[in-house]
Design a protein around this ligand. Structure first.
Ligand code: SAH
Ligand code: SF4
Length: 342
């Protein structure tokens, strides 16, 4: 029998587990507190648990299942870990410090099935979904590092690592709940963002399942010809259907939506594209997050230079919506957007 991964259990399931071992409910609450308040991973250091209960826990359960295969530190303070799962797969997690903030970029899958031409993760193909416990464990691990090395707490979590989060919707939604819960990590709903490549039917499901967390949609193309050429998902769900889902999302959740837009020289970063994107964003409760291309495996795709980006931004900023530019973090250790791959 494989051991039970306790980070995949909520408070109630933990109580059931304790009850199954003949332990009262408060023993589960103590354990929960050790795991989430003190970030403890060793049952033997849980000083108020009776020895017999500790022995049962050690026999049947575990808090950590991942091993750290490698760690890399960027000159800009960004840290990247490669985690190995018990079945031997490897995925990455990135910690991004910015002033007092500590943002964690987490993976929802090993690899990715979506095949975007500008993204290194796509070269891995899809391997498997991460379990709820594995998603939570990345955060648990990073929370310990941030406490020990920086003396602080995680402030934001973004599902922008490997994988398409809405293809692992239930586990991602439950991980968001653990992140947000006061007796979990206590991170505000507005500080947790899930980014999707645009799985249209799943956007509606997400709006109903987890309406209070932030959603970002990777648009990355201002018309179907361009978007289909860089994102195969657009051949299944085109821009019109994606925008209809985006509008439903905004209406149902009452939230502002973020559109991410990767700037690729001569492809998505042209004056024409800037006008089309301005048209898309106009009259929608949204903001645009521009991401200059981080170079990957594909030599045909190049980032624009600063003048080209400024020209694009100037056209876009004539619209009545917020435009942000995402600065690359950790490019020297291949930790920036679209650079994760094993
Ligand atoms: N799979 C999800 C989230 C992970 S990627 C998604 O695609 O939305 C997070 C963001 O990085 C996405 O908006 C994606 O379009 C962008 N991205 C991917 N590869 C990139 C690259 N090489 N340079 C810059 N941004 C990239
Ligand atoms: Fe997958 Fe996102 Fe990369 Fe596309 S950009 S291949 S959806 S991880």
């Amino acid at each position: 029998m494989p051991k039970l991964h306790l980070l995949s259990l909520d408070q109630k399931a933990l109580e059931e587990f304790a009850a199954g071992h003949g332990e009262p409910r408060f023993r589960a609450r103590q354990l929960h507190e050790w795991m989430y308040r003190h970030l403890e991973t060793d049952f033997r250091r849980m000083t108020n648990l009776p020895k017999k209960w500790i022995e049962k826990l050690e026999a049947d359960a575990e808090i950590t299942t991942l091993t750290v295969q490698s760690r890399q530190d960027s000159v800009d303070g960004t840290r990247k870990w490669a985690f190995r799962t018990q079945d031997g797969h490897v995925f990455e997690t990135v910690l991004i410090p910015s002033g007092d903030r500590r943002s964690l970029c987490v993976s929802s899958q090993v690899g990715c099935a979506m095949g975007c031409t500008f993204c290194r993760t796509a070269t891995m193909g899809f391997i498997r979904n991460l379990t709820l416990g594995e998603i939570v464990e990345q955060i648990h691990y990073a929370a310990r590092v941030v406490r020990e090395e920086d003396g602080t707490r995680l402030s934001n979590v973004i599902f922008m690592g490997m994988g398409e989060p809405l293809h692992n919707l239930e586990n991602v939604a439950r991980a968001c709940e653990v992140l947000n819960s006061e007796d979990g990590f206590g991170i505000g709903k507005g500080h947790i963002t899930v980014s999707t490549s645009g799985i249209v039917p799943k956007i509606m499901e997400w709006a109903q399942r987890a309406p209070d967390f932030k959603l970002a949609i990777s648009l990355n193309g201002s018309n179907d010809t361009v978007r289909s050429s860089v994102m195969p998902v657009n051949r299944r769900w085109n821009i019109a259907s994606l925008l209809a889902a985006a509008d439903d999302y905004i209406r149902i959740t009452g939230q502002k939506l973020t559109f991410e837009y990767v700037l690729i020289r001569g492809v998505t970063c042209t004056p024409e594209a800037a006008r089309e994107l301005r048209h898309i964003a106009a009259n929608r409760n949204c903001k645009i997050n521009l991401i200059p291309l981080n170079k990957g495996e594909n030599p045909a795709l190049q980032p624009p230079d600063e003048d080209e980006i400024l020209a694009f931004e100037t056209i876009l900023r004539q619209g009545d919506f917020e435009v942000l530019r995402r600065r690359p973090r950790g490019p020297d250790i291949l930790a920036a957007c679209g650079q994760l791959a094993i």
